[in-house]
Design a protein around this ligand. Sequence first.
Ligand code: NAD
Length: 245
Amino acid sequence: MLENKVCIITGGTRGIGLETARLFSENNAKVIIFGSKQDSVDKAKDELSKDGYLVDGYYPDLNNYDEIEKIILDIYNKYGKIDILINNAGISANKKIEDTTSDEFSKIMDLNVNAIFNMTKAVVPYMKNNNGGVILNTSSMVSIYGQPSGVGYPASKFAVNGLTKSLARELAPKNIRVNAVAPGIIETDMVAKLPKEVIEPLIKTIPLGRIGKPSDIANAFLFLASEMSSYITGIVLSVDGLART
Ligand code: NAD
């Protein structure tokens, strides 16, 4: 479905991002993963190579625009184009507001929001030159409902939806589609940190009766990255097992 498409995935070293890298490689995309550290990038590359997929990897500071701009230029020089960007790196929070410092709040915004701005700004000129592209953002179920603590996380994901909808309008005339996927509870390291007492009652509230798998989200990304969704832009697609009215 993605024959020869060049795709950058931030947070591509584990969880949802790594599974997306695997699925996109299986669909013949040329995948470049971004992670936070060299060892996690190397580990993910090794894991993918065991499945027969060779990917490139980088570990830029996503809040350093100059560093990102240089790496994106390197990628362009190597591959000749950039077709798809998945802004997936993210961190969560769960402390009450009284226990959260303003630095902790800013740290979430830096990765979950400002990094998306930086990455998107850096790739858009190449997508415009290439007569189009696809930008996908990882939002969250909490961008619809909020959550009872850790306000920085839902606040950042509301901002992700805002970036998605607004950039979809701005970039549509250049044939660049911008969409987001809002995962529910997905079985990754992020959720493994939560205690059983928190997860089990939550599962009871999910009509499909299970938490999600990284592949549930990767499949949604594949659809939104492919030509099958060529008339869809500016949506936040919920993938959460909840039956909505
Ligand atoms: P994860 O913790 O398994 O992976 C997070 C990824 O982000 C890793 O690849 C890591 O390298 C990268 N990352 C973390 N800090 C970074 C930094 N400072 N700089 C660069 N990269 C950094 O988490 P996941 O569950 O796969 O989460 C991926 C995305 O999905 C996030 O945006 C998260 O908010 C979102 N999400 C997850 C769930 C869930 O239940 N797991 C639900 C809703 C949304």
